[in-house]
Each structure stands twice: as structure tokens, then as C-alpha cells.
Design a protein around this ligand. Sequence first.
Ligand SMILES: Nc1nc2c(ncn2[C@@H]2O[C@H](COP(=O)(O)OP(=O)(O)OP(=O)(O)O)[C@@H](O)[C@H]2O)c(=O)[nH]1
Ligand SMILES: [Zn+2]
Length: 243
Amino acid sequence: MTIVSSNGSSRSESLNGNSNSSNPLKSTLLDQVASRPDRNTHNGKEAQIKATSEAAKEKMMEAVYTMLESVGEDPEREGLLKTPKRVAEAMEYLTSGYNQSLEDLVNGAIFDEGHNEMVLVRDINFFSLCEHHMLPFMGRAHVAYIPNQKVVGLSKLARIVEMYARRLQVQERLTRQIAEAVQEILEPQGVAVVMEASHMCMSMRGVQKPGSWTVTSAMIGSFQDDQKTREEFLNLIRHQPNF
Ligand SMILES: Nc1nc2c(ncn2[C@@H]2O[C@H](COP(=O)(O)OP(=O)(O)OP(=O)(O)O)[C@@H](O)[C@H]2O)c(=O)[nH]1
Ligand SMILES: [Zn+2]
């Protein structure tokens, strides 16, 4: 369920899971992943995910040069001479999540601890780009899971957020991809992800509502099926730490 709150005013308490809780978890997830590729399909085929090549970088620089001309600037003036290169490098970094894989990122940091209580990493800052305007949206992610004996290195949860955020995204898909990735690597009893973000395409332009923020959630397994577990998670992400 997605909650959109304008100017921080009306954050709802009722983050419910979606309606497919009766299906076997694994096959449901596989179906969901298959029907929700990282990038839009093109002519029915999934786009190839590959590292930015030198040729691609050159094309990006040419495009920036053209944009500078198109806004009436002189791309040859001193202050703008290096701008196409800078923008191309910035874009390469901001979309670097396309070149990462879950396997490399986790790097085997999965430990059999026999721990079965909730693990939550809160307030993971993230920056992403919306796929509609290629403008930033940024905020905080909260990622929790209830282990099934196995736990993952804590930093890996933040790295998963980072990998999917460094792509062209919509917030709902980003939230779901993070939850599915944790499900895939750990097969835990449940996963919950909440993301709170502010979209520059709604602040700097368009509807121009600075201060509005969007909350999205993805709940899997026990977080979806058990209201108490979900409430415990929601209370924990609201709790103010004393340090
Ligand atoms: N659901 C969702 N929508 C998003 C996200 N990021 C941007 N958008 C929206 O994508 C929509 C694109 O709408 P369009 O009408 O095609 O584009 P537009 O004319 O630029 O729309 P406005 O932003 O309303 O000016 C806008 O409503 C954006 O607010 C996101 O992460 N999730
Ligand atoms: Zn946008």
C-alpha cells in the first residue's frame, strides 16, 4: 500500500500488506519478479543491463552539449567547457546500480546465527532518480526482516537499498525490489520495507509542492500476514532513539 502525504500532514497508520497472502510465498515472489523487470521491456524483450561504455559516455556528453545549446547557453564558454563530461560522469555514478548484482554485493556475508527475532535497519538515507523526469527523489528507507535462522551483514541491507536506488526508478518499484532482494538472499519469515521520500519533480517544477513527501511500503510473509508483527515494525520505525 502506498501513502502520499502532502506537507507532512497526514501520515496514515494503516500500512497493510497486499492481497496475495494465500499464495505460496516462493512461487508468488518468483512470478512477481518475472513480471516486474528492473527496466521497462522494449519490444517485449528485457533491456540489457550493462556497464556504461566509453562510447555511451561520449553519446551522453554530446547530448548534454546539445541541451546546453538548446537552453540558449554557449557550451564553449569557459564555465561550461567541462560540463558535458561532468554531467556524464555524474549520471554514470547515479545509475551505477545497473552494474551491480545482488550476489556480488552480499559477498557471502550470510551467517547462520539461529536468530529468529526482528532485525531492523532504520533511517538508511538514499538518493534516486525518478524515471519520468530524471530528477532526484530522496529520503530514508527502513528495512526489517524476521530471520529463519540466517542473518545478513547489516551493511548489506543498506547496500541493497543503494543498488536499487542508483537506477531510474519509481518509488513503489524501488521499495518492492528491496523487499524481494532480502527475501531472495535470506528466505526469512518475513520482510518489511518502508520508504519516505521527497520528489524534486513535485517540488521544483510541475505541481510545485515542496515539503510534500511520499511513503511507500512492501510487506512480505509474516509482515503481510500478521498485524501484530507489522505494528511492531511500524512502532519501531517511529520510535525516537536516545543517542
Ligand atoms: N507513482 C509514482 N509517480 C511518480 C514517481 N515519480 C514521479 N512520479 C509521477 O509521474 C507522473 C508523470 O506524469 P505525466 O503527466 O506523464 O508527466 P508531467 O506532465 O511532467 O506531470 P506533472 O509532474 O504532473 O507535471 C507525475 O504525476 C509524477 O508526480 C514515483 O516514484 N511514483
Ligand atoms: Zn518525476
